[in-house]
Every structure is written in structure tokens, then in C-alpha cells.
Design a protein around this ligand. Sequence first.
Ligand code: NAD
Length: 276
Amino acid sequence: MSHNLLEGKRGIIFGALDENSIAWKVALKAKAEGASFILTNAPIALRMGGVQQLAQQCDTEVIPADATSVDDLDALFAQSEEKLGGKIDFLLHSIGMSPNIRKGRAYGDMNYDWFLKTLDISALSFHKMMQVAEKRDAMNEGGSIVALSYIAAQRSFTDYTDMAQAKAMLESIARSYGYRFGKSKKVRVNTVSQSPTKTTAGTGISGFNAFFDYADKMSPLGNASAEACADYVLTLFSDYTRMVTMQNLFHDGGFSSSGITEEIVEMLEKQAQAGQ
Ligand SMILES: NC(=O)c1ccc[n+]([C@@H]2O[C@H](COP(=O)([O-])OP(=O)(O)OC[C@H]3O[C@@H](n4cnc5c(N)ncnc54)[C@H](O)[C@@H]3O)[C@@H](O)[C@H]2O)c1
């Protein structure tokens, strides 16, 4: 299924780590839709992942950049514009990491240096990439910038700990920078709030499988896959969504609007009967 939706567009895709990554799927689909783009990730992630293989498949290059480093981002934009042969039409921020989650710290036992790291990597990096892009005047008029979020920005989810604050900040940055970039260059800035997805970042959260099954049962369409998420992101990069900006867009099979579903009722009734 390809419609040349992104024919002639240039982009930078942050966050493809392995073939499960949402950014990996976006890259493959963006290529099929006619885009040219640079892939980037933190230097340490590039040592582990198969991103070079993805780059080959997409006929492109990987430029390492730690998304928390303004210098790295500045160099990344300079090289990307040069290699792609012009200004940028789309950016994907598909980056998230919490040292507190990685090390299993409870919400009442946060390491605050790590908390700041979570915010820097998962949220502030979004501001940094847009500020660098703006200062360099790297974006084309009418471009589109998307970051991936999660509903823990609005509601509490056990074990998502400091990532919930990172996602709230990420969505707030999308609104504030969306205003600024809209006024100056008609660039759209949105976040896509995705269902739980079986990726390295996702499955790192303790209790993820229960999380995943619950969301699946609570969504009339079921959980949205990484492929479906990539399709949605492509529409936001395309010219068909030119007036959509400063939004947090739920891509979750209906989870965010569901109170209770038949599946959950049945499950609880069965449990109650078993307990009688
Ligand atoms: N998997 C889920 O359940 C889920 C649900 C909703 C939203 N999201 C969000 O989707 C995005 C992508 O995550 P994913 O699920 O594809 O997992 P993933 O682990 O494949 O991707 C996370 C990426 O962040 C990169 N990263 C970490 N630190 C970095 C740094 N300092 N600089 C540059 N890159 C860095 C990692 O190398 C990795 O490529 C994240 O923002 C995540 O929070 C994921």
C-alpha cells in the first residue's frame, strides 16, 4: 500500500533501535511513500542495534546524535541538510528512556538525578531539536513535527513512574512550540499518544504484559500496532493534515474514550463466580 504521500519530502527520524521500534516502521513506510531522510540515534544505541541494516534498506545514512546534546543536534541538522540537499519537511521524535524505570525504582523512591535524565532524554530533547531547527532555519514552510506520547500524561498508570511527567512535559512542549513554529513557518507540531506496544522501551516497564492485555480489552478496536502507528504518523507528515497542530492525538483503538468494555465485565464476572 503506497500512495506517494511523501514524494519529494525530506526528514530526520530519531529513535529506530531495532525492528520492533515504532521509528523503524515509520522509516520503512516513509521510504515506501517516497520520502528521503536521515536516521539518527544515540551513539551508544548505534553500537548495539541493527540501524545500519535499516539504513541500507532505506538507501540512506545514519548520523549519531545524543538528543540531549545541543551540539550533537546542531551537527546533525547541518549534515542532514547537506546530505538531503535542502531544508527539512518532517521530524520524528521517537525517544524515551527512564533510568528509574530501568533500575526498577518505585515512585516513592526516585533517584532525582535519574529523574532529571528521564525528563532531559524523553521530553526536553524535543524542545532542543525544535530550537536547533528554528535557529538554523532548517525547516521548510508547512513542515510537520511529531513526537510519540502515552496516556500516562493524563492518567496515572502504575509502574510508569517518572515517564508520566516526561510525557506531560512532551505534550506541553508540542503546544508551546507548535504555536511558535506555526506563526513563524506554518510548521505543525503534534504528539501521537500510542497504545502499549511491544518494543524495547515498552517491555522495559514492569507489568507490561498485563498493561498490554488490559489496554487491548479496554479498546473497541484493540491495541494499535506499531505498523498502524507508523501509518498514522505518515498522514501527519503528509499535506493532508496541513491544519492540524498543537494536538495530542490518541492512536489507541479507542482506549482513551472507553469507560468499561464487555471483555472486562466478563473477566470480572468470571473471577467473581470462581471466588464464590
Ligand atoms: N512501546 C510502547 O508501549 C509505547 C507506547 C506509547 C508511546 N511510546 C513512545 O514511543 C517512542 C519510541 O519508543 P519505542 O516503543 O519504539 O521503543 P524503542 O526502545 O525502540 O525506542 C526508544 C528509542 O529512544 C532512543 N534513545 C534513548 N536515549 C536517547 C538519547 N539520549 N538520544 C537519542 N535517542 C535516544 C533509543 O536508542 C531508542 O531508539 C518513545 O517516546 C516511547 O515512550 C511507546
